[in-house]
Design a protein. Structure first.
Ligand SMILES: C[S@@+](CC[C@H](N)C(=O)[O-])C[C@H]1O[C@@H](n2cnc3c(N)ncnc32)[C@H](O)[C@@H]1O
Length: 189
């Protein structure tokens, strides 16, 4: 389920190419008002939707609980962080601190609502057997074309344009590192 028709069409295409069209059903909908009757499913899971962006998980968990049978499972998967400029942690932290893709979702938000602290929301919702697991992906050059496309999209999403608040020194340093042809391995931050 997703709220965006484009995302659903993309998913349908993937599933169909993988040969699972008969086994997977898609539907448009809003995650806070699931279009299913109570106790419909053995389990429910959300990939990068609930908890992204940050917000109060309690009503969303309650809605997921409503549609899952007693004794069933809830699973939430969410992107938490990345390291894209290895060797330059301070520069990356400063770029992130001024990033317009984050600030509207982070500024003024209670840190207790951060997804990485979400386990307490599960416990407060009365769920039992709460566990948390971290999945880490690592890519190294040479990149294949899918990895390259994904990383270029991520760089563009995060730091495609100079952000208000980033210093000109940091922006130059970033350009120096990441603009093709400008690499200078002797540069240090
Ligand atoms: C980061 S994408 C993840 C897409 C997909 N689940 C995946 O794992 O590839 C976040 C998705 O959440 C969807 N979304 C955001 N708010 C939503 C809401 N209130 N109800 C349903 N879907 C929502 C967006 O349309 C977007 O497709």
């Amino acid at each position: 389920m997703d709220i965006l028709p484009e995302l659903l069409a993309y998913g349908q295409d993937l599933v169909s190419k993988a040969g699972y069209a008969e086994r997977v059903t898609f539907c448009a909908g809003e995650v806070s008002r699931l279009p299913f009757v109570d106790r419909s499913f053995d389990w429910a899971w959300s990939a990068d939707c609930i908890g992204y962006p940050l917000g109060d998980l309690a009503p969303l968990l309650a809605e997921l609980q409503r549609v899952v049978k007693p004794g069933g499972s809830l699973l939430l998967l969410a992107w938490s962080s990345q390291q894209l400029l290895p060797g330059h942690p301070l520069l990356e932290a400063r770029l992130n601190a001024t990033c317009s893709a984050y600030i509207p979702y982070l500024a003024g938000v209670n840190p207790d609502l951060h997804f990485l602290r979400a386990a307490h929301s599960f416990r407060e919702a009365g769920l039992e057997g709460v566990t948390v697991q971290t999945f880490v992906g690592d890519v190294q050059a040479p990149l294949n074309s899918e990895q390259r496309t994904a990383l270029v999209s991520l760089f563009n999403m995060l730091w495609g344009q100079p952000q208000p608040g980033v210093s000109s020194e940091d922006w130059q340093a970033y350009q120096h590192l990441c603009t093709p042809g400008s690499a200078n391995l002797s540069w240090t931050s």
